[in-house]
Design a binder for this molecule. Structure first.
Ligand code: URA
Length: 230
């Protein structure tokens, strides 16, 4: 079977599986051919994904954006209205705060970070993505992480942290500590939208970022040299 036929067949089966799934289906590894795709090919396949209900009301799929060989992957929950309208992640108020926070530790989507979300299409009225929607969308993110192989991951908020770590610990206990996602150091921290809503989260979010910066500096001499030279 040709690769294109394999992809089409897989998409068909995956779409059917997602429609039939109650979201509790056992997690599985991303299929091999998604692993083999380069970034633009993977993004192109996401743009024609109709695996779940979120695809019906979207203006744009939001695959993610940033460096093609990132030091850091920053993972949020899902697109909001601004992201749905533009097709780009974190461009609204929360995104502007995120950019400022990342900038303060020498990380940016223009240079050394890739920014993505757990789900690639906007949940209506910004509700949490449902387990079945996450289940259908996660293979895209898993393939992105495998492809981009970041040195560290920053997970923003409850949905990203719980999904990637497979836990349901409240953010108050989870944030600021390093865990591992498939061998990659991952730190959960507060979502910038939560920080915008609740001023008291500003300080702990900043403390998290400083710890993230220090771990990155230990893992990457080039990053360390760049931030020390500032
Ligand atoms: N919130 C998210 O989780 N992701 C975005 O892309 C924008 C806002």
């Amino acid at each position: 079977m040709k690769r294109e036929e394999k992809e089409l067949l897989y998409d068909f089966l995956e779409t059917a599986r997602c429609y039939l799934s109650d979201g509790a289906a056992a997690r599985r590894a991303p299929p091999e051919f998604e692993d083999e795709l380069d970034g633009p090919a993977l993004a192109a396949r996401m743009l024609s994904c109709f695996r779940c209900e979120l695809s019906k009301n979207r203006a744009n799929v939001v695959p993610g954006a940033g460096s093609a060989s990132p030091l850091v992957m920053v993972i949020g929950e899902g697109p909001g209205a601004d992201e749905d309208a533009s097709g780009l992640p974190f461009v609204g108020k929360a995104g502007q705060l995120l950019d400022r926070m990342l900038g303060s530790i020498g990380v940016s989507r223009e240079t050394n970070a890739f920014i993505a979300n757990i789900v690639k299409c906007r949940p209506p009225h910004n509700r949490d993505p449902e387990p079945g929607e996450i289940e259908c969308c996660l293979p895209w993110l898993e393939a992105q992480i495998a492809l981009l192989s970041p040195v560290a991951i920053l997970a923003l908020g409850r949905v990203a942290s719980h999904t990637l770590l497979g836990v349901s610990t409240p953010m108050g206990s989870l944030h600021g500590t390093f865990y591992e996602y498939r061998g990659i150091p991952l730190m959960p921290t507060y979502h910038p939208s939560a920080v915008l809503r609740d001023e008291s989260l500003k300080r702990p979010a900043w403390e998290d970022l400083k710890a993230f910066r220090d771990r990155l500096a230990a893992l990457s001499p080039a990053y360390r040299a760049a931030i020390e030279g500032k």
